[in-house]
Design a protein around this ligand. Structure first.
Ligand SMILES: N[C@@H](CCC(=O)N[C@@H](CS)C(=O)NCC(=O)O)C(=O)O
Length: 200
């Protein structure tokens, strides 16, 4: 199967991390794509990455769907908790991390506009959401050690991207639990193998 993505997409990275943790990465051909290209619309009409094309041509879109699929065909329990409530909490943590990334993407895109078109209100509003959600994550992060479920994998991909793109300052400041956990997480194989290229 083919995972269409860029090597800098935090959503694509989350899926690549899940593939590694679930032990199915060898079955996934990471296929770099220009999501703005006309031809890519035939894969995903929304022209977003990631998209996963299965061997029978079926295309799955949206990183939570793709992650859940990749977990389902591999070592599922490493990614999806078996206990029902633990699973819903983990999926909610994934949604929180993805929501941070969505807000970060808005800032990233806004910064690329001409200076006079950029909206301070947008920056403030989205940075406010990001910081509030990071605080909510900090409140749980003391319990992240040793976990590889989708919630913490999504947080790792999200926070690494926030720092990589310098979306908001001081992601770790005043968040000691998140900082300690992140340091250990970033050294893990599945994070090292999926890190964005240095020059990106
Ligand atoms: N909810 C989607 C978001 C995907 C997304 O927005 N990806 C960005 C790249 S990081 C993208 O494709 N942007 C292009 C666009 O929105 O036109 C997911 O989780 O996969």
């Amino acid at each position: 199967m083919k995972l269409y993505t860029t090597l800098t997409s935090p959503y694509g990275r989350k899926c690549r991390i899940v593939a590694l943790v679930a032990g199915v990465a060898e079955r996934v051909a990471v296929t770099q794509v220009d999501y703005k290209a006309e031809a890519y619309g035939a894969v995903n009409p929304l022209k977003k990455v990631p998209a996963l094309e299965l061997d029978d041509g079926t295309v799955l879109i949206d990183s939570p769907v793709i992650s859940a699929y990749l977990a389902s065909i591999g070592d599922t329990e490493r990614v999806m908790p078996v206990d029902a409530m633990a699973k819903w909490k983990s999926l909610t943590l994934e949604a929180l991390a993805d929501g941070i990334t969505d807000a970060g993407v808005m800032i990233f895109v806004e910064r690329r506009r001409d200076d006079h078109l950029q909206s301070k209100a947008l920056f403030d509003q989205q940075a406010g959401k990001i910081n509030a959600a990071l605080d909510a994550i900090e409140a749980q992060a003391a319990g992240f050690a040793g976990r590889t479920d989708i919630g913490v994998l999504a947080v790792a991909s999200c926070v690494a991207w926030l720092e990589f793109r310098a979306i908001v300052p001081g992601v770790r400041e005043g968040r000691p639990n998140l900082s300690v956990w992140l340091e250990t997480m970033l050294a893990r194989d599945f994070m090292v193998q999926t890190a964005p290229p240095k020059d990106a």
